[in-house]
Design a protein around this ligand. Structure first.
Ligand code: IPM
Ligand code: MG
Length: 355
């Protein structure tokens, strides 16, 4: 039997509640896939700041690097919004990504048939959407130098090197090879020099993937096309800030931000987390939707551990729970047969996954 070491970073707000459900589901599939998990908890975000004075204690980095994968809840909340920037939970998260070298952020947006009416777009526009945003995560304007501000000016720098573009492009092409083999690279090459380099390098890398159909789109047009006709996309390859924005937009196609998982991968350890935030307004009430985190655990099984069979079981269990009409409160008005709490939803999915 194989034992995997998983670092659990529950974080703030609803983080602990949703991670507990993902663990429940992981343990349920473990028992029938001849694998086992050992968990080690680590602190990050506002809760880490409260205890240690640092939103990302070194111990958390050590525990993470010493595990097979990191399962992450969510961080942040109003309580810490007025701290100096380097003490804020978000700074901890950015530093964490950088320290772990997770340069590729994979954010799928899938529309479940059962929830096609939950989207704010028309059912006929979103039905069947299944796309993946591949966002560069540790470069671009988030990290570029120089940056700073004084009384009258604030500045950041969007910079990409050839090597940074090459590695993220390979990720996108490799993922596309397992899907419908289409990549749309999103940039602003009509205006930005950094985007012109991005486009040239993506074209160079694409020569190693002759089966892939590569297209290019400016980011403003991509934002429009995502709403006009989202089914035209398979893999969207883009830089850090464009990917931040487009992945939030894409998440809404599915109706609830509580449904979508993500994976951040690189040369070392991967981080698996829901794409939503810590939702402090509903924390502790047992109403958060755990599906995004449970699906993140499934991505972890697939991408970090190579346990595709266990991942398939979780994905099927999530679909079945939705199909049978189980809904957490966020989706209660969409064909709910039964409205359930966070932990009831976790138990239902765990139960299906174990079969
Ligand atoms: C995300 C978030 C983060 C980002 C914030 C919290 C720093 O919006 O993961 O998309 O901008 O990357
Ligand atoms: Mg974001």
């Amino acid at each position: 039997m194989k034992t995997y070491k998983i670092a659990l970073i529950k974080g703030d707000g609803i983080g602990p509640e949703i991670i507990d459900e993902a663990v429940k589901v992981l343990d349920a599939v473990a028992s029938c896939c001849d694998i086992e998990f050992s968990y080690e908890e680590a602190l990050m975000g506002g809760c880490a700041y409260d205890i240690t004075g640092d939103p990302l204690p070194q111990e958390t980095i050590n525990i993470s690097l010493n595990s097979d994968a990191v399962l992450f809840g969510a961080i942040g909340g109003e309580k810490w919004d007025n701290l100096p920037r380097e003490k804020r939970p978000e700074s901890g998260l950015l530093r964490f990504r950088k320290e772990l070298g997770v340069y590729a952020n994979l954010r799928p947006a899938v529309v479940y048939d059962e929830l096609v009416n939950a989207s704010s777009l028309k059912a006929e526009v979103v039905k069947g959407v299944d796309l993946m945003v591949v966002r560069e995560l540790i470069g671009g304007i988030y990290f570029g130098e120089p940056k700073g501000r004084d009384e009258n000016r604030g500045w950041n720098t969007m910079v990409y090197t050839r090597d940074e573009i090459v590695r993220i492009a390979h990720q996108a092409f490799k993922i596309a090879m397992t899907r419908s083999k289409r990549v749309c690279s999103v940039d602003k090459a009509n205006v930005l020099d950094v985007s012109q380099l991005w486009r040239d390098v993506v074209i160079d890398v694409s020569k190693e993937y002759p089966e892939i159909e590569l297209s290019h789109m400016y980011v403003d047009n991509a934002a429009m096309q995502l709403i006009r006709d989202p089914r035209q996309f398979d893999v969207i390859l883009t830089g850090n800030i464009f990917g931040d924005i487009l992945s939030d937009e894409a998440s809404m196609l599915s109706g609830s931000i509580g449904l979508l998982p993500s994976a951040s991968v690189g040369a070392k350890i991967g981080v698996y987390e829901p794409i939503h935030g810590s939702a402090p307004d509903i924390a502790g009430q047992g109403i958060a939707n755990p599906i995004a985190t449970i699906s993140s655990a499934s991505m972890m099984l697939r991408y970090a551990l190579g346990e595709d069979n266990a991942a398939d079981k979780i994905d099927a269990a999530v679909k079945r729970a939705l199909k049978e009409g189980y809904r957490t409160k966020d989706l209660a008005q969409y064909d709910a047969k039964e409205v359930c709490s966070t932990s009831e939803m976790g138990s239902i999915i765990a139960n299906y996954a174990a079969k």
